[in-house]
Structures are given as structure tokens and as C-alpha cells.
Design a protein around this ligand. Structure first.
Ligand code: 13P
Ligand code: SF4
Length: 329
């Protein structure tokens, strides 16, 4: 439709000076029957302009029910791929194609396929933070919102491969008593929270509750008052009578936490290295308001999934959506 260069992975055209970018984005959305779906780890300004903000399960569920013609997925690439696989006839856009995921990258499809081949008779459960090609070798996809329930929906003696996040896999093993075979992958953001620094913070804020995403290491999960997906942590903080929380997940979630709970205090858990902003996911933050504007304007870059991979990957994704619906998740 437009002859626009996206060799950098995004539309590299300056946004016209002096425009009101928020109202221009709103206008483009209306003109094109487009919706913006944003993950909780996006910047506050992107979350505020989105039609829907959610965790990775909710984004997939929303994609499955929207009747918009264009979906702009403000999140990372695997989230866009999942939306595209669910809605093959819609145009799915992402502001920056470079928005990958270190956890998904820790599980190359060829190596995972070989691992599965070496373990015949195992059911394969993959975390949604995987490429479509890995999902194509999977029986059922899970997110951190439904992993426990989906694992428990299998008979207790079922042999299961779980990939790629070993921290989430270990956590699910510990709460379900299963002994799933784990892929050795991890997220670079969640792996770097420091137990020592959280314990120090607890001395300063003795009444604070610790909220942790299950991608964190075991030592953090053991001292957490609540372990859950981004949506579960947000819900817990909102429903709790406690007024102060230490949050061990990507710091973007604090935007929605503060917005929903203006009377409560949220402290981002400190990373190991206090000189970096390592509790921000550098991939998530590649999406900016300017790139979002250009994405809507030029309808680029688009998420494309190989048809054969999509044909295989839709089965475990649909399985996840069906089980979640039947369990009311
Ligand atoms: P949620 O499924 O909790 O949104 O987490 C996604 C993710 O990428 C965590 O790092
Ligand atoms: Fe991937 Fe980690 Fe970023 Fe989540 S926070 S998108 S798991 S790199």
C-alpha cells in the first residue's frame, strides 16, 4: 500500500512537527478501524492510549474476539505472532519488529524440536514466550495466568516437557508436585532481581508485601507474598488492604498499579546491578509513541507468520484458549 522502508525494523520517518500525536493516533484508529492492544510492560503513554491493556493471556483472548480490521500489538514479537495466528485474516502490526524476548530466544525451534524428539511419549507444554516455530512443536501453550491449572488438567502421571522458562517450570513443579522435564531458558529481566536488596528494602518498609512474577528465580519466589502473572499481581495489589508493595517484575506494571491504587505505594524491586535500569525490558521499551503513530499511518511493520507454522501453532494456542475458557480464566 505504501512504499516505505522498514529495513531498521520500524518506520524511520520523522513525525511531523507540531502535531498532537495522541489525537492523531486516535484519528488514525477511527479511520482504519484499528485497535491498540498493549502489554502492562509498555510505557505509560502507550498504555494510556491503548484500547486494551493486559497480560499475555488477556491480549490473546482480546485478539480472538475483536472485530477490528487492524490490530496494533504494543508488546513483543511473540505476542504479535500469537495474535496473527489467532486472527490470520487481520492485519497485525507492531511498532518495532526488533521487540524480541530473551526468554523466547533461549529456545531455538530446531533445538527444541530435537529435545522433543529425544523424549517420545512426553506431552509438550510451552510458555507463550516462544516463537511460533516452537509452538508448532507443542501440545498446549500456557501463560503465567493459566500454567498451573493447565498442567493440573493433565493426569498426575503424565510425562511432560515444559519450556522454555526453567524458573516458571520449577515453580509449577513445586506447587503441583509434578516432575516436568524443563528446558533451560530464562528471562534476562526477571533473572536479575537481587534477594539481598529486596531483604534490605523490607527492613526499610517492614509492612510492604513482595509481589513477584514466576519468571523470577526461586530465592525471590520463596520470599514473595504473592507470585503471579502481571494481571494477577495487579489484581492482588488492588484487592489487598496493604498500602505498600515491593514489585519484582518489569517496572512498566507500576503504571497501572499506581493508576488503580493512587493511595498505595509501589516500589520497583532493585536489580543486582544498581547502575542499570535492568528491571525495564529493553525489548518492550523499543515501542514508542512516535513509532506507534507511524505504524498506524503507514500500516507497517506487519507481523507475518509462515502459513505452515501457523497451521501447526494454532492448535496448542486454541487448546490454551479453550481450556482457559472452560476454567473461567
Ligand atoms: P504475563 O503473561 O504475566 O503478562 O508476562 C509476560 C512476560 O513477558 C513476562 O516477562
Ligand atoms: Fe521477554 Fe523478559 Fe521482556 Fe518478558 S520481560 S518480554 S520474558 S525479555
Amino acid at each position: 500500500m505504501f512504499d516505505v522502508n522498514i529495513s531498521k525494523g520500524y518506520v524511520d520517518i520523522p513525525v511531523p512537527e507540531g502535531i498532537d500525536i495522541v489525537s492523531e493516533i486516535e484519528k488514525l484508529k477511527r479511520e482504519k478501524n484499528a485497535v491498540i492492544l498493549a502489554h502492562y510492560y509498555q510505557s505509560g503513554e502507550i498504555q494510556d492510549i491503548a484500547d486494551f491493556v493486559g497480560d499475555s493471556l488477556a491480549l490473546a483472548q482480546w485478539a480472538a474476539k475483536t472485530d477490528a480490521s487492524i490490530l496494533v500489538l504494543c508488546g513483543v514479537h511473540f505476542m504479535g505472532e500469537t495474535a496473527k495466528i489467532i486472527c490470520p485474516d487481520k492485519k497485525v502490526l507492531i511498532p518495532d519488529l526488533n521487540a524480541g524476548c530473551s526468554l523466547a530466544d533461549s529456545c531455538p525451534a530446531d533445538a527444541f524440536a530435537e529435545f522433543v524428539k529425544q523424549h517420545p511419549g512426553y506431552k509438550v507444554i510451552s510458555y507463550v514466550n516462544t516463537s511460533a516455530a516452537v509452538k508448532a512443536h507443542t501440545d498446549v501453550v500456557v501463560t503465567s495466568s493459566n500454567a498451573r491449572q493447565i498442567v493440573e488438567s493433565f493426569p498426575a502421571d503424565e510425562k511432560i516437557i515444559f519450556g522454555p522458562d526453567k524458573n516458571l517450570g520449577n515453580y509449577i513443579n513445586s506447587v503441583t508436585g509434578r516432575d516436568m522435564l524443563l528446558w533451560d531458558g530464562a528471562c534476562h529481566v526477571h533473572s536479575q532481581f537481587s534477594l539481598e536488596k529486596i531483604v534490605e528494602l523490607k527492613k526499610q518498609y517492614p509492612d510492604a508485601l513482595v509481589l513477584a512474577h514466576p519468571e523470577c528465580k526461586k530465592d525471590i519466589l520463596l520470599i514473595a507474598d504473592k507470585v503471579g502473572s502481571t494481571a494477577a499481581l495487579l489484581r492482588f495489589a488492588t484487592q489487598s488492604d496493604c498500602k505498600c508493595f515491593i514489585v519484582a517484575t518489569e517496572s512498566g506494571i507500576l503504571h497501572e498499579m499506581k493508576k488503580n491504587n493512587p493511595d498505595k505505594e509501589f516500589i520497583p524491586a532493585p536489580p543486582n546491578d544498581s547502575t542499570c535500569a535492568c528491571n525495564e525490558c529493553n525489548f518492550m521499551r523499543l515501542n514508542t509513541l512516535k513509532k506507534l503513530y507511524n505504524t498506524l499511518k503507514y500500516e507497517l511493520p506487519e507481523i507475518i507468520v509462515d502459513k505452515e507454522i501457523a497451521r501447526k501453532a494454532i492448535k496448542p494456542i486454541q487448546q490454551m484458549l479453550d481450556i482457559s475458557a472452560s476454567l473461567g480464566i
